[in-house]
Design a protein around this ligand. Structure first.
Ligand SMILES: CC(C)(COP(=O)(O)OP(=O)(O)OC[C@H]1O[C@@H](n2cnc3c(N)ncnc32)[C@H](O)[C@@H]1OP(=O)(O)O)[C@@H](O)C(=O)NCCC(=O)NCCS
Length: 177
């Protein structure tokens, strides 16, 4: 039987949970993120507490946590860029290997997208390394497509990442008029 998966926005007192998930993701999938495990391990606990406190209440940045049977098992960040376009992004997505292929990633991205849409986003963007074929196929399966924008991966300049986008479906008939 599949474990039941749920997603909730991070709470202000979940700095330790956030630190645990960030370090687990950087240890297990270092190729997928801009930061390194060393960065996370050398940061003090207070910095994770500060991020959790901000992401719990901010209108421009948040983190959502995946739970399996009540245990933290994944995360995603959602934020609006500070540039004038104020594009909406999902990033830092990770699902623990033990619960992959159970739609936890989809639940995380859809929940984060819903929050961004609620804050005004009409398109959701994600940077994905071209070499991360699993993530590329995952985002394509969720309806993300290429924007044509590419850049070098800051951590590994010999690699390229591509910007993907998914339009937020209009759910309100009033918005269609
Ligand atoms: C990418 C990742 C988040 C997917 O999480 P997940 O919970 O396993 O994904 P889901 O179960 O929600 O998958 C939804 C769909 O995406 C596609 N998909 C997911 N993983 C895939 C893979 N490894 N290969 C091909 N397609 C995949 C499938 O179409 C899947 O639907 P299906 O199971 O009905 O076929 C997870 O593999 C992960 O954490 N990877 C390491 C970190 C990473 O690469 N993060 C992304 C950084 S850009």
């Amino acid at each position: 039987m599949s474990p039941s998966l749920t997603v909730r926005r991070i709470a202000a007192d979940q700095g330790a949970v956030f630190r645990e998930l960030r370090t687990a993701s950087l240890r297990e999938a270092p190729y997928a993120f801009g930061a390194t495990l060393e960065d996370a391990l050398s940061a003090d606990a207070a910095s994770f507490d500060a991020v959790a406190a901000e992401h719990a209440v901010s209108l421009s940045i948040s983190t959502f946590i995946l739970y399996t049977e009540g245990h933290p098992a994944g995360l995603v960040e959602a934020h609006f860029e500070e540039a004038p376009e104020r594009r909406a992004f999902v990033c830092e997505l990770w699902v623990a290997p033990a619960v992959r292929h159970l739609r936890g990633g989809e639940l995380l991205v859809d929940t984060a997208s819903g929050w961004l849409a609620n804050e005004g986003a009409t398109e959701i963007y994600a940077w994905v390394a071209d070499s991360n074929r699993n993530a590329m196929r995952f985002y394509e399966a969720l309806g993300f497509g290429p924007t044509g924008e590419h850049r070098r991966v800051a951590r590994a300049p010999e690699q390229v990442e591509s910007l993907l986008v998914r339009h937020v479906p209009s759910t309100s008939p009033a918005l269609d008029q």
